[in-house]
Design a binder for this molecule. Structure first.
Ligand code: DQA
Length: 136
């Protein structure tokens, strides 16, 4: 089983960024924990702050990987292009968010990803990623 976690803008700052919302663990630390937990899964990780790079990565992996776990971060709420890429590829995409976006500002209630996603997991902190992997 080959899966990839794709993280969008500012998620490279996890651990430092608004820790009251996103926690104090860096994604690199958490990713190592996931790799240790899911030793049978070939788990990749990609992060970019650039919309087009996220689209390129979705196209690159989206016809061969068994699944994509996508936290498009702020682009979730703005990017028709990433939403279209999710619909265009064959690999199932699970949309994840660390925070419960429905408890937050109205602009975070809109997602361009959800309509093309197999499912959505949000609000469980970093554990949202674990639950997404577990769903495969
Ligand atoms: C987020 C929620 C988004 O609204 C926000 O822009 C992020 C992170 C989350 O994981 O909770 O950067 O996707």
């Amino acid at each position: 089983m080959k899966l990839i976690i794709i993280n969008g803008p500012n998620l490279n700052l996890l651990g430092k960024r608004e820790p009251e919302v996103y926690g104090s663990t860096t994604f690199e630390e958490y990713f190592k924990q996931l790799q240790n937990k899911y030793k049978d899964i070939d788990l990749d990780y990609f992060q970019s702050n650039i919309e087009g790079e996220i689209i390129d990565k979705l196209q690159e992996v989206g016809f061969s990987y068994d699944g994509v776990i996508l936290n498009a971060a702020a682009y979730t709420h703005t990017s028709v292009g990433i939403g279209d890429a999710v619909k265009a590829i064959e690999s199932p995409v699970i949309e994840v968010h660390i925070s419960n976006t429905f408890k937050r500002e109205d602009f975070r209630h809109q997602s361009y990803i959800s309509a093309g996603a197999k499912g959505v997991i949000l609000g469980f902190g970093l554990q949202s990623y674990d639950l997404a992997i577990h769903s495969f």
